[in-house]
Design a protein around this ligand. Structure first.
Ligand SMILES: [Zn+2]
Length: 270
């Protein structure tokens, strides 16, 4: 009961306190596609749709799900990870066990992190740069833990990454059956173009009969078409972070070097 009360407070507090603040000052808007967990259909159908548009996405993978069924849906295999890498997509981290990270202590977070790190290095040869919060749940201690270990952490709070943002809690807009509306996503894309912001889209499985959190191949194709027609550049999340950091005007973490000294851009209007 205490946790039921504490959770929304913890979520709001963590969302309010920036761990990795940075100001977005891009020459033009950016769009990223991402998929969480990752279902086999996202790694196959989803990736092949984006490949046809020449777009690369970020796949946030939970290693424990490899080769399993989750809610009756086949999850990615080792071959899927290899194929995604070979076609230029990014593999990110979504914890090993798809853990609700604010409920873990630092020792449990470290154990899960080490296990997924080992698995990722086996599959990709590298540690991941990008992290996505399982269930979108964040907390102050968890945010510090993952914020220190990844270049970015993406949540599920809808929004455009523009102005002052927190790399430890990037905003993202879902491509989800439960509320899919191409016109609404089109408005987010237009806002990214107009405000020179970074729009991150996220999804789960890509199937003809998806769960409320997944989408159909037609819906993903429709969104990719809108993005292509907008003329906005599509980048992986890892690349998006590089673009943002290369243009920042103050150092964000100790040890970071100041790349560009200039006053903040103030001409962005809603
Ligand atoms: Zn997830």
């Amino acid at each position: 009961m205490l946790d039921l009360i504490a959770r929304p407070f913890r979520q709001r507090l963590a969302a309010f306190v920036a761990v990795r603040p940075v100001r977005v000052d891009l020459p033009h808007g950016l769009v990223s596609f991402s998929f969480d967990d990752v279902a086999a259909s996202a790694a196959r159908q989803g990736a092949s749709i984006l490949d046809r548009f020449g777009m690369s996405a970020t796949f946030y993978v939970s290693g424990a799900r490899e080769g399993t069924q989750c809610d009756g849906r086949a999850q990615h295999t080792a071959a899927d990870i290899a194929a995604l890498l070979a076609t230029g997509h990014e593999i990110g981290c979504h914890t090993w066990a798809h853990a609700e990270t604010p409920r873990l202590d630092d020792a449990a977070r470290a154990a899960d992190h080490a296990r997924n790190g080992e698995w990722l290095r086996e599959r990709t040869g590298n540690a991941a740069d990008s992290f996505a919060w399982p269930y979108g749940r964040i907390g102050p201690a968890a945010k510090r833990f993952y914020g220190e270990r990844f270049a970015s952490c993406r949540g599920v709070q809808p929004g455009l990454n523009v102005g002052r943002i927190d790399l430890a809690h990037l905003r993202a807009v879902g491509i989800e059956r439960r509320n899919f509306d191409a016109a609404r996503i089109g408005r987010w894309i237009e806002a990214a173009r107009r405000r020179r912001g970074w729009l991150i889209l996220f999804g789960h499985e890509v199937e003809t009969d998806p769960s409320p959190w997944g989408c159909t191949p037609e819906a993903l194709t429709e969104v990719a078409t809108l993005v292509r027609d907008s003329g906005l550049e599509v980048v992986t999340v890892r690349e998006g972070v590089k673009r943002v950091k290369a243009r920042r005007w103050w150092p964000t973490t100790p040890g970071d070097t100041l790349v560009r000294a200039a006053p903040p851009h103030t001409g962005i209007s809603a």
